[in-house]
Design a binder for this molecule. Sequence first.
Ligand code: SAM
Length: 251
Amino acid sequence: MEFHVLTIFPDFFRGPFEHGVVGRAIASGRIRVQVHDLRRWTSDRHRTVDDRPFGGGEGMVLKPEPIFQAAEEIWPERSPAQRIVLLSAQGRLFDQAKAWEYSRLEGLLLICGRYEGVDERVAEHLADEELSIGDYVLSGGELAAAVIIDAVARLVPGVVGNERSVVSESFTGLGEPEGLLLDCPHYTRPAVFRGWGVPAVLLSGNHAEIRRWRRQAALEKTARLRPDLLGRLRNPAHTGATASIEKELRP
Ligand code: SAM
């Protein structure tokens, strides 16, 4: 899968994709991340990407021309499997279901806004959707783009070596019929740390019991921390691809 990022701060992305799962996915060629400097598509001496808002008011707005030209050069002809997303605090909330949906695409172009935002015609006539990573205002779309790339890349087939881990984690796995569940708690050595022991069942070697305990613990943790997830339907985008693994994992 191919990710494109359109930004006025391309250097921002030095680092975030060099480590861990995403870094390895790039190195192995399973995903490609191309960061484009929006100023490449300007034509004036000052390489201007922004202008004052019509109607007056605070701040500057990113102009539409360089953004449209960049998108049209990156994808002169676009298939339905190549999606353009405008990062925006006003967008629909990005979640794990959206990450699963995007992980099956060929390409994703993420447009990073700055200042007061982006000329609305980009949302109206270029982007397939506007996405927000949370109900707060960031100073730019770059962090949001990095978050989305990380969450999507790890679901691209083959990126995470053990496919089971991505179907049994928070927001995805084994929640039905209760809803979406958080992951169960995890523990590692030492078995007793500062007097706090780990649940005895995890040391028992009884795998059926361990599966039952994990499901119950996930339910309890979800009810305690994110009761809003209980009763939510699971995303159908991934169920086909992972049905057999899920069946195996069910208690
Ligand atoms: N005036 C805008 C508003 O009130 O909704 C905020 C603009 S913000 C300072 C500049 C850019 O940061 C936005 O165009 C967008 O690309 C990005 N941004 C800010 N918050 C975001 C969020 N929660 N999710 C995704 N992108 C965000």
